[in-house]
Design a protein around this ligand. Structure first.
Ligand SMILES: NC(=O)c1ccc[n+]([C@@H]2O[C@H](COP(=O)([O-])OP(=O)(O)OC[C@H]3O[C@@H](n4cnc5c(N)ncnc54)[C@H](OP(=O)(O)O)[C@@H]3O)[C@@H](O)[C@H]2O)c1
Length: 245
């Protein structure tokens, strides 16, 4: 299918694991606005119903929801294979999986905290990458969403920082192993204004602006193997200059 300026990702299929989340909502909306068919999986039918409502009837025409998790290699394989079986292809993935957690020093962290915040989220990212990356076309892209704490220790949120650091290194390894096709990147975000935190410093990005950046990275062939630093709106303005418009 041909692409147009009005619909630059027309005909493309984009999977957004984490699309039900605060940041994921903006990513889903941006890919839909760019004309893609967007597939959002979730462990919760209630969260899927909520994202459809938040997106609204007009844009949601090209939104597909899948009540399925990706907590294990087997679940992620089933998800990726199911999307390819239904749509014939999957072109881009933006994984916005995992959330914030804080309040305990490392030595206070319980085994349950560790499992939920480090093991479960790291396993999901790994499961998604190993299932989707081999199914992407050479001109496709895989992007993970990370936070500032992945590169800088954040006292009281050590296990979030450790999981984020593992995620960034997973992306670096993928880039080294793939040699550039498909492209694999990550967005390293500062705090994000979103539906759960509608107020905030005006220099912070909104979830919709994160979505704009995710679409820009997916569409720009020269952005490959990068930690795209997006702490503030000024960073996005700088990135816009090199992203496909
Ligand atoms: N919010 C911010 O201000 C901010 C700032 C910087 C970076 N980030 C990054 O943005 C990403 C998403 O954050 P968010 O604020 O949107 O989080 P969120 O609202 O809590 O959403 C988390 C998403 O991850 C999915 N998920 C799947 N497996 C999960 C697991 N084992 N544990 C937790 N979530 C799981 C959830 O899907 P289900 O529907 O299945 O629950 C949900 O869609 C994270 O990588 C985070 O580090 C966020």
């Amino acid at each position: 299918m041909s692409t147009t300026t009005a619909s630059p990702l027309g005909g493309k299929v984009v999977a957004v694991p984490g699309g039900t989340g605060n940041v994921g909502e903006g990513i889903v909306r941006a890919f839909l606005k760019a004309g893609a068919t967007v597939v959002v999986p979730s462990r919760s039918q209630g969260r899927l119903d909520n994202i459809v409502k938040l997106i609204g009837p007009e844009l949601a025409a090209n939104l597909r929801t899948v009540a399925a998790g990706y907590a294990t290699f087997e679940e992620a394989d089933r998800l990726a294979a199911g999307i390819v079986a239904e749509f014939g292809h999957v072109d881009h993935v933006t994984a916005s999986v995992g959330g914030w957690w804080a309040g305990k020093a490392l030595w206070q962290t319980t085994e349950d905290d560790w499992r939920k915040i480090f093991v479960d989220v790291a396993t999901s990212h790994m499961a998604l990458a190993r299932s989707f990356v081999p199914r992407l076309p050479e001109d496709g892209s895989y992007t993970t969403i990370a936070g500032f704490s992945s590169q800088k220790p954040y006292p009281g949120a050590g296990i979030v920082s450790m999981q984020g650091a593992a995620q960034l290194m997973m992306r670096e390894v993928l880039t080294a192993e793939l040699g550039g096709q498909p492209r694999v990147n990550d967005l390293v975000l500062g705090p994000v204004i979103n539906r759960s935190r509608p107020g905030g410093d005006p220099t912070w990005l909104t979830a919709d602006q994160v979505g704009e950046a995710a679409v820009g990275v997916a569409r720009t062939p020269s952005i490959a193997g990068e930690h795209v630093q997006l702490a503030t709106v000024a960073d996005l303005q700088r990135e816009r200059a090199r992203m496909a418009s």
